[in-house]
Design a binder for this molecule. Structure first.
Ligand SMILES: [Zn+2]
Ligand SMILES: [Zn+2]
Length: 395
């Protein structure tokens, strides 16, 4: 597989040029002309892609993978950066979501993809910044025309109550009032969940269908019950760390990735200076629970992916330069500092990184097949006394 691509050439430039270009990739507009120039050159070679990605304007090639960042931040939710979520689209038409952190669903909605095609979600672990929008995905997705059950895969824990099934079942219980009111007034299938919980402690295949193979393996993060994932299809390989410190399972499983997404949180010093953590708390979070940038770079330089992607930090003017410099202490290969609504196209020509221009005022796309009518037998009627209080203004 070729490692040449327009973006690669740009990102392979040595530090400090690397800082400038990866900062561009992080979405800072200052250098946007650089990529425009690159893409203009490509256009002259006959390529038809624009400098940015407008959703639903580019059919994928039969052998192509597209990855879109729906959330790249942390549990400190902010309008500029949602919490963790990734969409993987394949040339065979299939779509997979990895994590669904707080705020990410608005970015997903901006892509105007029918929700019926977005019914496979793989959870890396049960921290709120990785599942915070699962409720919106479940019920908001149903309201937004999903006509099939939402399917969720996720790890077990050391105890049943630390597992994905426990969390998803209680989420559904939390919305008992909501679900009871909708059933019988909406086509029912989209209002169902199917949860597959798998053993967090093994490296194994957790999904295999239509030539798509998804593996999970233990991640070392918080308590027992976090995993990392790979998705392999048609010779392409996507790897997603979830949250983890560097570990032996990751090094064994994440080789030969086309795109390798790894968490990269703040340094100990940044936790102290930017978040007012005391030194001991900063040390624990930065080095025992998460991966600091220097070690993230070490993961990348050891595994040598076609494109390395660092996420799970703050893309701010006073953070990104230090993050990038720290990664560059240990890694000088192709790199993206992830930001929300960046898109990576992966095909035989390599990896191309661009910005997505989504629709902030998107309405839900219609389902590919019309949904049937609601089943009135599922309906829970209001109390007669309450209904009798309605005022009829029709006359
Ligand atoms: Zn976490
Ligand atoms: Zn996290």
């Amino acid at each position: 597989m070729s490692t040449s691509s327009r973006t690669h050439k740009a990102l392979l430039l040595p530090f400090p040029c690397g800082i400038l270009l990866a900062t561009y990739v992080a979405g800072i507009a200052l250098l946007s002309n650089a990529l425009a120039t690159e893409v203009s050159a490509a256009a002259q070679e006959g390529a038809t892609r624009m400098a940015v990605y407008y959703p639903n304007t580019e059919p994928l090639g039969a052998n192509e993978m597209r990855v879109i960042a729906l959330g790249t931040g942390t549990p400190n939710f902010r309008r500029s950066q949602a919490s963790a979520s990734w969409l993987v689209e394949l040339g065979n038409g299939e779509k997979f979501i990895f994590d669904i952190g707080t705020g990410s669903l608005a970015n997903l909605g901006a892509l105007e993809i029918p929700f019926t095609q977005l019914n496979k979600v793989f959870i890396s672990h049960l921290h709120v910044d990785h599942i915070g929008d699962l409720d919106a995905m479940f019920i908001g997705g149903w309201v937004s025309n999903r006509t099939v059950p939402l399917r969720i895969w996720g790890p077990s824990g050391k105890k049943p109550e630390h597992g994905t099934k426990y969390a998803v079942d209680r989420m559904r219980e939390m919305f008992t009032w909501d679900l009871t009111g909708r059933r019988g007034n909406m086509p029912s299938q989209g209002g169902h969940l199917e949860t597959t919980e798998f053993d967090y402690s093994k490296s194994h295949v957790v999904y295999e269908q239509n030539g798509v193979k998804i593996r999970a393996w233990p991640a070392v993060h918080g308590i027992d019950g976090a995993v990392s994932y790979s998705l392999e299809w048609n010779g392409r390989k996507f790897v997603y760390s979830g949250d983890t410190v560097p570990n032996k399972w990751f090094l064994a499983e994440a080789e030969k990735a086309d795109i390798l997404i790894h968490e990269c949180y703040l340094t100990v010093q940044q936790f102290i200076e930017l978040k007012n953590y005391d030194p001991e708390r900063a040390r624990i979070v930065a080095t025992i629970i998460h991966t600091p940038p220097q070690l993230c770079g070490k993961i990348f330089s050891t595994l040598k992916p076609q494109m390395a992607v660092a996420y799970h930090t703050f893309n701010d003017f006073n953070v990104t330069p230090d993050t990038l410099a720290a990664i560059r202490e240990t890694y000088d290969g192709p790199l993206t500092i992830a930001d929300d609504l960046l898109v990576w196209n992966i095909d035989d020509d390599g990896v191309q990184v661009r910005t997505v221009i989504g629709n902030d005022e998107a309405f839900p796309a219609p389902p590919p097949e019309p949904a049937g009518p609601p089943d009135p037998s599922e309906r829970t009627e209001r109390s007669k006394w309450l209904d009798a209080g309605r005022i009829d203004f029709s006359n």
